[in-house]
Design a binder for this molecule. Structure first.
Ligand SMILES: [Zn+2]
Ligand SMILES: [Zn+2]
Length: 258
């Protein structure tokens, strides 16, 4: 009987020890897992913060610095340009509340200093902001004002942008005005400014594309430059002219290599 009791007591003690060991192991494993998770989270947060700070320092520091210097030296044209750029940045982030007052300030400085090309650009930004707010009537009025100003200033690029924008606004929000007239102006201005690639003939500026400048002032798409090189080198290895104006195109990097 006594022997039996001793055996039972020993078994119970062994069981208790096993349970304690298991509990300790589980606790240790849980603690290790928690510590690892916390360390990983902290590392991820720190890396993300560093990346954000680096990106912010790249994209935001130069502009306040430029503005600060412009204020320090009372450089009104640079102040106006900075405000215009700030406004554009806010507009592109769909923040029209911050964009609008900066456009207004840029416009008032540009009017004061007589920067008509700048005024056209700012009015274009204001028109885009109004369109963002779905106020298409205001967008058209602002764009018409920009068109009027660019016509008076003889700024063909400004006129082209305004006609293209007005065409788009008329398509989004149709009224009595037709887009046809604006489309004709766009085509005519593209022809006048020769805004097309001399190799493939596509209009330049409608879609983002890398360009190569030629010495005559014309541009071709970078992707078309190899074709230009092939088609403009004569049999004797002499340079042949730019397809748009027939001037020799020495500045083309592909041609320079040959
Ligand atoms: Zn091309
Ligand atoms: Zn040319």
């Amino acid at each position: 009987m006594v022997v039996l009791l001793v055996v039972v007591a020993a078994a119970a003690a062994a069981a208790v020890v096993v349970v304690v060991v298991v509990v300790v192991v589980v606790v240790v494993v849980v603690v290790v897992v928690v510590v690892v998770v916390v360390v990983v989270v902290v590392i991820v947060v720190v890396v993300v913060m560093v990346v954000v700070v680096v990106i912010m320092s790249i994209y935001t520091v130069p502009f306040p610095d430029a503005m600060k210097l412009a204020m320090q030296y009372s450089d009104r044209p640079v102040q106006a340009r900075c405000l215009y750029l700030f406004a554009d940045i806010h507009r592109k982030r769909n923040d029209s509340e911050r964009a609008s007052p900066r456009y207004e300030s840029a416009y008032s400085i540009m009017s004061e200093i007589g920067d008509r090309v700048g005024q056209v650009q700012v009015l274009g930004g204001m028109a885009k902001t109004a369109a963002l707010q779905r106020n298409y009537q205001k967008a058209k009025e602002l764009n018409n004002k920009a068109l009027d100003l660019s016509t008076k200033a003889g700024c063909k690029l400004g006129m082209l942008r305004c006609h293209a924008r007005q065409k788009l606004l008329n398509e989004i929000s149709p009224d009595d005005a037709t887009s046809e007239g604006h489309e004709n102006y766009v085509e005519r201005l593209v022809e006048e400014m020769e805004l097309f690639c001399g190799v493939c003939g596509d209009v330049i500026g409608q879609n983002p594309a890398r360009l190569e400048p030629l010495s005559c002032g014309h541009f071709v798409h970078t992707r078309c430059a190899p074709h230009l090189a092939r088609s403009t080198i004569g049999r004797a290895g002499r340079r042949r002219p730019c397809p748009a104006c027939r001037s020799n195109s020495h500045r083309n990097p592909v041609l320079q290599l040959t």
